[in-house]
Design a protein around this ligand. Structure first.
Ligand code: PMP
Length: 426
């Protein structure tokens, strides 16, 4: 029995499902989740001392690779001065100034401790600011697990949303409208009818929770237009794509400015951090400046700010994103070639350092329905084949992949060679 198997068994005694976040349990690929004990650069080391090239990167934060020496040094130095004060610290202002400097749409920003907190509060703020209750989101996008967002579509665009988890009140779910992602016409139709009742649209401008799905041409612009026409707040959830597809995230990449933006992952450099920010006019409705309530004991935690700021500094280096993008492209060209050589229907998506791959006959995958039509059995076989070869990919066909700046040409070539071997067995 491997150590991971033993540890997983032990974990299940006192931790529900043996994990502290469900996707870690390998439910969609089957088998035992790998327990890790160390991570450095592009590599993970498991409890049995097997090494893997990592394309999960802690689900996005590890853009500099794991345990980057400068980030670790900053955290260690900062820790000497105390772990938490629950009172203002100078580094929080440095962080806020830095975010506002990088992202033109953000005039004010509040730090929180997770992406879920960021999106939950952005929605409360949009509701408080507009005095409206309805929100619009898209099927296949994930925005954390707050009640208003754990909602799936009813039977038609304008029917009541239904809870996607027990414990979410139906009355609350009924205020969430779930539309088809990347369908600009549907958005226009719905807004023509009920736009004036909508507090906000929340969208992942590059979706990373239904595999990796870029916005179709004009989709984000349409969201901007209907929000301008109706007075709804446009929220870009850049928890995943922020500081990942480019320094200015998706809004910089596609040139569409939201009213509010939410962040997490990269902005914390591996520490538990989230943030929401945007127009001063809206942000000034947040307590203590305004009446919309939000708070956090560990918000703006100095160690987390230090890790995040150092990460932002290092990714601001010239050519950082060109290099990261080139590495990602090299990986995807190689994977495609490996699949083509083995005669396996396969396609990929990429935006900057974020990617997706699909076992599908279709090319140009841009809809959630297309993702669902992928060959899930083949995905599972590929997943376990790659794991066996020492390549750690996201254990679900509905997650994006991430490359770090520490992935060397050799790492990528090794990954492609492993894929070529595994593809032949599918
Ligand atoms: N929004 C998006 C786009 C995400 O990808 C995630 C997490 N994967 C969240 C929100 C929630 O963030 P957290 O897990 O930090 O609560």
């Amino acid at each position: 029995m491997s150590k991971s198997q033993m540890l997983f068994e032990a974990a299940q005694k006192h931790i529900p499902g043996g994990v502290n976040s469900p996707v870690r349990a390998f439910k969609s690929v089957g088998g035992t989740p790998v327990f890790f004990k160390a991570a450095k650069g592009a590599y993970l080391t498991d409890e049995d001392d097997k090494q893997y090239i990592d394309y999960v990167g802690s689900w996005g934060p590890a853009i500099l690779g794991h345990a980057h020496p400068e980030v670790i040094k900053t955290v260690q130095e900062k820790a000497e001065f105390g772990l938490s004060f629950g009172a203002p610290t100078a580094i929080e202002t440095t962080m806020a100034d830095k975010i506002c400097e990088i992202i033109p749409s953000i005039e004010m920003v509040r730090m929180v401790s997770s992406g879920t907190e960021a999106t939950m509060t952005a929605i409360r703020l949009a509701r408080g600011y507009t005095g409206r209750d309805k929100i619009v989101k898209f099927e296949g996008c994930y925005h954390g697990h707050s009640d208003s967002l754990l909602v799936k579509a009813g039977s038609g665009a304008l029917t009541l949303g239904v809870p996607s988890s027990p414990g979410v009140p139906a009355a609350l779910a009924s205020e969430t409208i779930t539309l088809t992602h990347n369908d600009a016409d549907e958005v226009r139709r719905v807004f023509a009818e009920i736009g004036e009742q909508v507090a906000c649209i929340i969208v992942e401008p590059v979706a990373g929770n239904m595999n990796c799905i870029p916005p179709e041409e004009g989709f984000l612009q349409t969201l901007r237009e209907v929000c301008d026409e109706s007075g709804a707040v446009l929220i870009f959830d850049e928890v995943m794509c922020g500081f990942r597809v480019g320094l200015q995230g998706a809004q910089g990449y596609y040139g569409v400015q939201p009213d509010l933006t939410t962040y997490g992952k990269v902005i914390g450099g591996g520490m538990p951090v989230g943030a929401f920010g945007g127009k001063k006019e809206i942000m000034s409705h947040i307590a203590p400046l305004g009446p919309v309530y939000q708070a956090g004991t560990l918000s703006g935690n100095p160690i987390a700010m230090a890790a995040g700021l150092k990460t932002l500094e290092l990714i601001s280096a010239e050519d950082f994103f060109e290099t990261l993008t080139a590495k990602t492209t090299k990986l995807l060209i190689g994977l495609q070639q490996a699949a083509d050589d083995a005669g396996i229907p396969f396609t990929t998506n990429q935006v900057g350092g974020m990617f997706g791959y699909f076992f599908s006959e279709q090319k140009n995958i841009s809809r959630f329905a297309q993702v669902c039509q992928g060959d899930m059995e083949r995905f599972k076989k590929f997943y376990h084949g790659m794991l066996n070869e020492g390549v750690y990919l996201a254990p679900s066909a509905f997650e994006a992949g991430f490359v770090s700046i520490m992935h060397s040409d050799t790492d990528i070539e090794q990954t492609i060679n492993a894929a070529a071997k595994v593809m032949k067995t599918l």
